[in-house]
Design a protein around this ligand. Structure first.
Ligand code: ZN
Length: 189
């Protein structure tokens, strides 16, 4: 175990958790800053069996993370992102396409998703594909950025009134509003 507390909400789609590894506004902390942290993050989020040495591909991991982060930022700000970002995400998705295959046991036909890649390319490709689904799927309008002071976490708004990534951010937000009100009242006296 490592002595680092990752910004993992545990409630969000994989691309959202992935983007949240770039944490903070202004001065950012990169929670995928080293190979060891990358391995640990993938272990915590995906389980030990599903992160085949991601840390050895740190540059690719971080490039995809930066891309996903920038695309989610654009989506939450209703901006059209740079075409380069879209192209880069598509390259990751194309490096590990999946296809449907038919199985037909006695009970009836069934579809199975097959991977065409293995290892890190497959993991990153899956994140890229999930990101495309997230940005274009039925829940795409529910992507939000936390309104807590200094917090930058993305989340998918499941309840209509959710404004923070975590209740503790809501608490800090209410507190800072209180102090702001208090201070501004004091200043006008
Ligand atoms: Zn927050």
């Amino acid at each position: 175990m490592m002595d680092v507390e990752f910004p993992i909400l545990g409630s969000e789609p994989l691309p959202v958790e992935f983007a949240n590894t770039l944490y903070g506004i202004g001065e950012q902390t990169d929670y995928l800053q080293s190979a060891a942290w990358i391995d640990e993050w993938f272990t915590q989020v995906m389980g030990a069996a599903r992160h085949p040495e991601m840390g050895r591909h740190a540059d690719e991991v971080r490039t995809l993370r930066d891309t996903v982060h920038a695309l989610l930022s654009a989506a939450t700000q209703d901006r059209t992102p740079e075409p380069d970002l879209v192209q880069r995400l598509n390259a990751y998705a194309a490096a590990a396409p999946t296809y449907l295959s038919l199985t037909w046991p006695p009970g009836g036909p069934a579809a199975q998703l097959q991977d065409t890649a293995a290892g890190p390319a497959a993991v990153l490709g899956r994140i890229a594909a999930c990101c495309i689904e997230l940005l274009t799927g039925p829940g795409s309008g529910d992507l939000r950025r936390c309104q807590g002071p200094g917090c930058s976490m993305f989340f998918v708004k499941a309840q209509p009134r959710r404004r923070w990534c975590h209740p503790s951010c809501g608490h800090r937000d209410r507190q800072s509003r209180y102090y702001r009100r208090h201070l501004s009242r004091g200043a006008t006296r």
